[in-house]
Design a binder for this molecule. Structure first.
Ligand code: MUC
Ligand code: MG
Length: 367
């Protein structure tokens, strides 16, 4: 059970088409695979997605902080001592996806050691999540065609539409085209990634008032404190905080300050240990939650699925679990399969996936 080594392996897998949104765009999964070895020969695995436009992390920075700062702090601890891990890692400010990948790799090693699924150790609520697909910036016809393909191929009927362009009609036209094409058959919500001002957001929400949106997410920056509160006070659907709540303390601040009324939980930035804290906090505050996607590959998606399926509130709304579909390939020996709009979690020990060694050898950047 004792941690003996920690590896941070950079890899790059191209996207078949880039995902574009208000705060950036992603053309390749240039992630870091974190592996934790124990003295029993168990290997726990998770991935960190560098998102400089959201958290300031880079691939090189994640490797450096994992190998030079975090590895010496966790080697010698057992995989049961996760709260000691949390308190040691907390001495370093920031680096959310680096910390989370290490945390989840340790949980994976714990599950494999105990021969139990991590999702059961976390909460064991259900074995599946309904999937929500993220539609990146394009023209209305292209975005409607992608939604059609997602529905026809994977049975997905919930879509998060990326918004935040100027003029706002570029995006409101997309949401209207989706509603006109699919009617009540689909659920829709929007995510601005801080692209609009509060007044642009209010105008856009008024224009979309008849389109039956489920949620609105990060339409304007939370740092525009007073105007964000003004906006959230008038929006008539739950307003999701995503990148403005990377920690439980941020959830408390933003929600009590009136800058959000729902939250996105992303295991990529809060791992399993801190995601649990955020989940319990949201439950205590009575907030609706959505399992979000940090533009994860299949490893990260399996992590989000394991966590989302563990609790009632995280599995109630469709989880954003399909960004990996835009990748040309991935690392898993048995790829995740979305069927009938659902992803089923594995019942294998640990998080429940195996890395294909040939794929890792092909895509890793350090050899
Ligand atoms: C999302 O929900 O915002 C894009 C930027 C980011 O931080 O996450 C993605 C998806
Ligand atoms: Mg978001």
């Amino acid at each position: 059970m004792k941690i003996t080594a920690v590896e941070a392996i950079p890899f790059a897998i191209p996207y078949s088409k880039p995902l574009k949104f208000a705060s950036g765009e992603v053309h390749a999964a240039e992630h870091v695979l974190v592996r934790v070895h124990t003295d029993d020969g168990v290997v726990g695995v998770a991935e960190a997605p560098p998102r400089p436009f959201t958290y300031g992390e880079t691939q090189d920075g994640i490797i450096a902080v994992v190998t030079k700062v975090f590895a010496p702090q966790v080697i010698g601890l057992t995989v049961l001592e996760r709260e000691i891990v949390v308190s040691r890692l907390a001495r370093t400010i920031g680096n959310p996806t680096a910390k989370s990948a290490l945390d989840m790799a340790i949980w994976d090693a714990l599950g494999k050691t105990l021969e139990l699924p991590v999702s059961d150790l976390l909460g064991g609520y259900t074995d599946r999540m309904r999937v929500s697909h993220m539609l990146g910036f394009a023209d209305p016809a292209t975005m409607v065609a992608e939604a059609e393909r997602m529905r026809d191929t994977y049975g997905i009927t919930t879509f998060k539409v990326k918004v935040g362009r100027r003029p706002v009609t570029l995006d409101t036209a997309v949401v209207r085209a989706l509603r006109e094409r699919f009617g009540d058959e689909i659920d829709l919500y929007v995510d601005g990634n801080r692209g609009w001002t509060a007044s642009e957001s209010a105008r856009a929400m008024k224009e979309m008032a008849d389109l039956g949106l489920l949620f609105a997410e990060e339409l304007c920056p939370a740092d525009d404190v007073m105007s964000r509160r003004w906006l959230v006070g008038q929006v008539d659907v739950p307003f999701i905080a995503d990148e403005s709540v990377p920690t439980a303390a941020d959830v408390t601040r933003e929600v009590l300050g009136g800058s959000a009324t729902a939250i996105s939980i992303k295991t990529a930035r809060t791992g399993f240990t801190a995601s649990r804290r955020v989940h319990h906090l949201a439950e205590g505050l009575g907030l609706e939650v959505v399992i979000g996607n940090q533009i994860d590959g299949q490893v990260g998606t399996a992590c989000a699925l394991a966590f989302g399926a563990a609790y009632e509130s995280t599995s109630r709304n469709a989880g954003e679990l399909s960004n990996f579909l835009d990748m040309t390939d991935d690392l898993l020996a048995e790829p995740l399969q979305i069927r009938g709009g659902y992803l089923h979690r594995s019942s294998a020990a640990g998080i429940g996936f195996e890395i294909d060694p040939d794929k890792l050898a092909h895509y890793r950047l350090d050899r």
